[in-house]
Design a protein around this ligand. Structure first.
Ligand code: SF4
Length: 112
């Protein structure tokens, strides 16, 4: 797999050793090793999207405050289609708490 932790895009290989532990090769930093293990056992992604704002024509840019399980991405995007944020909105304001029962909030990434 390719690490998406930074633009270097290191090529990672994850294998299991004789003790059953996951071993990551090809990562040039600790973040890449952690990514390789996480991606193997339970892949996650940060989700970015646009949501409507009451009384505004322009949508608001938002993202999940932490990565969520990859399998919940489409459910999260569907939930965000129903959100109508209230202006004014500041960066970091929660526009959708606990998206899809992940324990992760969706927050604004801009002031509007
Ligand atoms: S392993 Fe480290 S240096 Fe390589 S792409 Fe991932 S984050 Fe970047």
């Amino acid at each position: 797999m390719i690490c998406i932790g930074c633009p270097m895009g290191c090529e990672l290989t994850v294998t299991k050793n004789e003790n059953g532990e996951l071993v990551v090769e090809g990562a040039t930093c600790a973040r890449g090793k952690a990514y390789g293990i996480q991606e193997t056992i339970a892949p996650e992604r940060t989700v970015t999207a646009l949501v409507a704002v009451e009384g505004k024509r322009r949508p608001l840019s938002v993202k999940t405050a932490q990565p969520i399980p990859k399998g919940k991405i489409f459910d999260a995007l569907e939930s965000l289609q129903t959100v109508r944020a209230k202006s004014p909105v500041k960066i970091g304001d929660v526009v959708l708490p606990n998206v899809c029962d992940t324990g992760v909030d969706v927050v604004a990434t801009e002031n509007l």
